[in-house]
Design a protein around this ligand. Structure first.
Ligand code: MIG
Length: 642
């Protein structure tokens, strides 16, 4: 059961789509006039949720700040990331969920002092608070997913392997990446185009010399089974002749500064204006711009810099010392000042600073793009964004931004997945191999073995770092093998994704959700449930060949290497599972089946129905469609029996 409590006059965030009953007396929390909500935690209580935040799956013991922020140094104690997902679940003496639906800054102190106090401080006094009751943490999450609406349904090809790097400049670079994958026998479904495909970083342009005859190029790549996925940044370059800029200025579609002029911020293209995504007409206008791409045959996009990230502003340029530090959301600095410096016009007529609606800006860009693409295409599109807020999960996925090539970040990827799923973001994943820093062969192989199980499986890295396309490493067949596992598992992974989305359920869960009465399983954070039948226990450490795995029940241990599956029934309890670098080990729950397909070089070659069934179950309900239809429903499930 969900109940909402309204304070002040909340700004529309579009997070909740279902009618929710209003309550009168707030349960679970005490409320202070300064909009701080507190609640005592039991000694053993766990707190889940908060989507894209650092640290483990149990969020207890630290502070987290919802204030969307672009910081490529992903430290453990970093309070904010690119998205704000203000949903928490307290699981213990009392079990309930709470969603603080406000686009302004929120500070979650989840017992950071160790005195058993949970406190949530909302900066704005205009908010909706949803209290979710349920019998278990998992049922609370399912109730919550039920009110925020169905997660984004990407096309089948979006579940293939994707290669990306900041630094690919020309069609030749892209063709080389494609050819090298083909030569190495590594399956591939898409290649991302980072900012250099554009003409001087201007959105809705293609650099004429670097990508001559773009439409023909897109078509040729598609014929090889490869989609191109261009990046789109939030800021629109200020430049006479840039049609989007001119129309936006003329129609008043950009954010304003204090004196009512269009706000200027420096980002990749130089000085830009930010579209005022808070307004419906502006969203419709921006979304319709994607026609430029769809007419070229493009069907997949990633939206970046939409926190919005700002390098500099007019006023900062004038006043700031040249070495102005990057702002820290915890210690308001320059960036905070930037966000207080520009204004939106809401559909209800209010003029409001970005600072007060900051956390939904990126989500509104996603909504704009998603709604635009929905109109422009007669099939499903791929979209993932860097910045997000709950609600954006209905229009696209997210990637977790500029991580680094480190074992710590690989582990963080594992922690992120269930937390994001609790907030509706089923389609997500990290930069496999790591974005910043130099990856290693070992790290990339282990990371791929995790990404095999995340809906977005994309190798992406920053300019200037060690190149990390799989074909650049010795023993390419090991990479080939792990990526081929992804394709062989697609009949299962795609089916489980679609069923989870259509049922408004999670795809990737902590063990605690499936084994709530198993005290040991409840505390495990480095193993995850993927769909109804699979448990993974990935290797997240350097220099080891195996790990201890905890099985809450007897399962089938599956090892994949050299292109084949070996299955073995194993008992409950702890066991040591050896997995050399070329081997992926995972588990199938007792009584479940996992359909696996044939090895293919991309999803276009795939026959979802041509499967063999692994595991001990007697039937499997498989979701099957053509991979792109918009008519998705559970009626498309077929029952498979061994
Ligand atoms: O300021 O487009 O997170 O994935 O490669 C950096 C260049 C801008 C940040 C994204 C990253 C992308 C990069 N972008």
């Amino acid at each position: 059961m969900v109940t909402q409590y309204i304070y002040g006059v909340p700004v529309e965030t579009f997070a909740v789509v279902k009618e929710v009953a209003h309550g009168t007396e707030l349960p679970c929390f005490s409320w202070e006039k300064n909009m701080t909500f507190t609640c005592p935690l039991g000694k053993e209580d766990m707190v889940y949720g908060l989507g894209e935040t650092m640290r483990g799956i149990n969020k207890r013991g630290a502070r987290y700040i919802s204030f969307n922020y672009d910081d490529f140094r992903h430290r453990d104690d970093m309070p904010s990331m690119y998205g704000s997902h203000n949903f928490i679940v307290v699981d213990g003496e009392k079990t309930f969920g709470a969603f603080f639906d406000t686009p302004a800054k929120v500070v979650f102190d989840i017992d950071s002092a160790g005195n058993g106090l949970l406190s949530v401080a909302c900066e704005s006094s205009d908010l909706r608070l949803y209290i979710v009751e349920g019998e278990s943490a998992y049922s609370v999450v399912k109730e919550f997913l039920g009110i925020i609406g169905r997660s984004f349904l990407p096309p089948l090809w979006a579940f293939g392997y994707g290669q990306s790097r900041w630094g690919y400049k020309t069609a030749r670079d892209i063709s080389r990446v494609a050819a090298k994958h083909r030569e190495a026998g590594i399956p591939l479904d898409y290649i991302c185009l980072d900012i250099d495909y554009m003409d001087r970083y201007i959105d809705f342009t293609v650099h004429k010399r670097r990508f001559p005859k773009m439409a023909a190029y897109v078509k040729m790549m598609l014929e090889q089974g490869l989609h191109l996925v261009p990046i789109v940044d939030a800021g629109i370059k200020i430049e006479p002749g840039n049609a989007v800029y001119e129309e936006g200025v003329q129609k008043g579609y950009f954010c304003k500064n204090q004196d009512g002029r269009d706000f200027q911020a420096e980002v990749w293209p130089g000085m830009t204006h930010f579209p005022d995504f808070m307004r419906e007409t502006v969203r419709a206008w921006f979304g319709s711009q994607y026609r430029f791409y769809t007419e070229l045959g493009l069907e997949g996009f990633w939206n970046d810099m939409n926190e919005p990230a700002i390098f500099s502003t007019e006023s900062r340029k004038k006043n700031a010392p040249p070495d102005a530090e990057r702002g820290d959301p915890d210690q308001p600095g320059r960036h905070i000042a930037d966000y207080k410096d520009f204004f939106h016009r809401l559909d209800d007529g209010r003029r409001i600073s970005n600072y007060k609606v900051h956390n939904v800006y990126g989500a509104m860009m996603t909504k704009a793009s998603g709604e635009g693409l929905e109109k422009l295409l007669d099939k499903r599109y791929l979209l993932f964004s860097r910045s997000s807020y709950i609600g954006a999960h209905r229009y696209g996925g997210i990637w977790t931004g500029d991580n680094e090539s480190s074992w710590r970040m690989l582990r963080q990827n594992v922690y992120h997945m269930p937390s994001l799923n609790m907030c509706g973001f089923l389609y997500s994943g990290a930069d496999t191999g790591g974005f910043g820093g130099n990856t290693s062969r070992e790290l990339l192989l282990r990371w791929l073995a995790v990404s095999v199980f995340t809906p977005l499986m994309r190798n992406h890295s920053a300019i200037g770092t060690r190149k990390q396309e799989c074909y650049r490493f010795r023993g390419t067949e090991d990479f080939q093998s792990i990526i081929s596992l992804r394709y062989r598992l697609l009949p299962y992974l795609y089916s489980e994704y679609m069923k989870a989305a259509l049922r408004q359920d999670m795809l990737i869960r902590p063990l605690a959700f499936d084994y709530p009465d198993d005290e040991k399983a409840r505390r495990i954070e480095d193993q995850l449930m993927v769909g109804e039948g699979i448990m993974i226990a990935p290797i997240l450490e350097k220099g080891v060949n195996g790990r201890i795995v905890y099985l809450p029940e007897p399962m089938t241990e599956v090892r994949y290497s050299g292109g084949s599956f070996t299955c073995m029934d194993v008992g409950a309890g702890e066991r040591t599972a050896m997995a050399p670098l070329n081997t992926v080990v995972f588990y199938i729950r007792r009584g479940k089946l996992v359909p696996v397909g044939k090895a293919v070089s991309n999803t276009a070659e795939m026959d979802l129905l041509d499967v063999e069934l692994l595991g001990s179950g007697t039937s499997y309900e498989q979701y099957v469609d053509d991979g792109s239809t918009k008519e998705c429903s559970l009626d498309r499930c077929v029952v498979r029996r061994p």
